[in-house]
Design a protein. Structure first.
Length: 519
């Protein structure tokens, strides 16, 4: 028995280092938090943890709370500033060579050719007993009041109006780009209420390599577009036009020519030189702006009437399409003065609708347009997609002119006028020189510079700026850094580990108690 006792004592008081090794101690949550507070790089917490008196602890606690509150305020301000999405515009200049030559659109100032128009017009007015005449040489002011009704009548009967307008081949004496002759085939056409048929040179085309765009370096030249035009003023319908000449617009190749809003008037008897400088404007998309580049269904229906070009989104054209759709929805007919828009997409519709036009005397279409343009809730509801363009190109034009034509050109101009399909004026034989002077328009479009000014909208505050601002505020007021966050993560991990350890002990004790009872 004594030997057994000695053996048990030897087992209990073993000299093996593993047995004599001190068991690890488990820290309580309070000690874990205190150790973190004493050693963290965050300011304020060490002062609270090492305080030996209540006043000292209150001082550090209040100071920490105050500076933490100030820090939170500035952090919230920094985050709010980011979500206001402020922007700034940067301006840069780039050298473009070769540079895409812009599109040039031309129209006769008067839309209707008198000798093609007067016969059908008299038939219309006589049939309605508005007039009773077959005299095509006299045209009164009273007759001019029925022109809009006649146009509306033809449109509602789906008749073409192009036959009444000026063909390009009857107006264009010559065309040249970089000393390469161009022809009518190099122009696309479209119809407008103000100017009849308009013609565009160098528009971006749908089915052409690189859009069929010409560059200023083509043929080893600098990009010079020259036109000689003849206005045929003696064929202007009286009382419809108060001037004589041509109109022109220089615009981007993929931009629809907005001739109803902005054109240059070209007076006869002069050689006009339009020198352009290119400016590109680019805006940020949502959430910084509400800009849009998507061509809507109604807008695409408009673009289909331009016969070939591949035009992009235009806010002005989007509004015109929307006005026509709203007018049709309100009046069950379209605005007769927006007759170039003959198909509309109603709000929420997935297809276009061909429309007829209101009678000129119907007040509904004018009331609808007035309400649309003056009541914000109407156009914002009916035209949610008609937002500013995300990108567009402007051409700043400098216009100069000289007297024209010189005498040596008179013979060639005379041959052109006499061989065109439009009859000459009654006094052509006696006053040819003055007639040419009153109808001849020369146009020259050239690049004024190859430098392009680029205006780019940029975010004033980026996510990196927000992170830097937040880091600066936390570091300034209570000294928090990413390493401080790792210290907090370590403390949380240790607290979780402590709870898991306690939970495991509780479970083990529950299983040991039944075993002891059985023993």
């Amino acid at each position: 028995m004594f030997d057994a006792t000695i053996k048990n004592a030897t087992n209990i008081f073993s000299r093996k280092p593993e047995v004599l090794k001190q068991l690890p101690t488990v820290q309580r949550p309070g000690s874990i938090i205190k150790e973190f507070s004493l050693n963290t790089s965050t300011h304020g917490l060490p002062g609270i943890a090492r305080s030996q008196s209540i006043p000292n602890r209150i001082f550090w606690s209040v100071s920490t709370l105050i500076f933490t509150g100030v820090m939170i305020y500035f952090i919230v301000q920094a985050i709010r500033a980011y979500f206001e999405y402020p922007t700034q515009t940067s301006v840069s200049t780039m050298f473009e060579w070769p540079q895409a030559f812009p599109a040039v659109t031309i129209c006769n100032y008067s839309p209707i050719q008198y000798n093609k128009f007067i016969g059908p017009f008299l038939n219309y007015t006589n049939s309605l007993n508005l007039t009773n005449t077959t005299d095509t040489t006299q045209f009164t002011y009273t007759q001019s009041l029925y022109v809009a009704d006649f146009i509306n009548y033809k449109l509602n009967h789906e008749d073409s109006l192009k036959e009444f307008f000026y063909p390009l081949e009857t107006m264009m004496i010559s065309c040249e780009y970089n000393r390469i002759t161009c022809s009518v085939a190099n122009f696309t056409w479209f119809l407008t209420p103000s100017y009849g048929t308009c013609y565009t040179f160098n528009a971006k085309l749908k089915n052409a390599v690189n859009g069929g765009i010409r560059y200023n370096a083509d043929n080893g030249r600098m990009g010079i577009f020259k036109l000689q035009l003849y206005a045929h003023r003696h064929q202007y319908v009286p009382y419809l036009s108060n001037a004589t000449g041509m109109v022109a617009l220089v615009h981007d190749n993929a931009q629809v020519p907005d001739v109803e809003m902005s054109v240059l008037y070209l007076s006869p008897g002069r050689h006009h030189r339009l020198s352009f400088a290119k400016k590109i404007n680019t805006f940020l998309s949502a959430p910084y702006t509400t800009c849009n580049d998507k061509v809507t269904l109604g807008l695409q229906a408009m673009f289909d009437e331009y016969h070939g070009p591949d035009y992009g989104y235009s806010r002005n054209q989007c509004f015109f399409a929307c006005i026509q759709a709203y007018t049709y929805q309100t009046c069950e007919c379209g605005n007769p003065f927006l007759w170039a828009i003959r198909s509309v997409a109603l709000l929420g519709a997935d297809k276009t609708t061909n429309i007829s036009f209101c009678n000129i005397t119907n007040p509904c279409y004018n009331e609808a347009r007035t309400n649309f343009m003056n009541i914000k809730s109407i156009w914002s509801t009916n035209c949610p997609d008609c937002m500013p363009e995300c990108s567009y190109t402007d051409f700043i034009i400098e216009s100069t002119s000289l007297l024209a034509p010189p005498e040596f050109l008179l013979d060639s101009i005379k041959k052109f006028v006499e061989s065109s399909n439009i009859s000459v004026s009654a006094n052509w034989s006696t006053s040819m020189a003055s007639e040419i002077q009153s109808n001849y328009v020369a146009l020259e479009v050239v690049p004024g510079t190859t430098r392009t000014n680029v205006y780019t909208e940029q975010a004033t505050i980026s996510p990196v700026d927000v992170l830097s601002n937040v880091g600066g505020q936390t570091g300034l007021w209570i000294g928090i850094s990413f390493l401080s966050l790792m210290e907090i993560a370590e403390m949380i991990y240790r607290l979780i580990r402590y709870q898991c350890h306690n939970l495991r002990k509780i479970i083990q004790n529950r299983f040991r108690i039944p075993e002891t009872d059985n023993f």
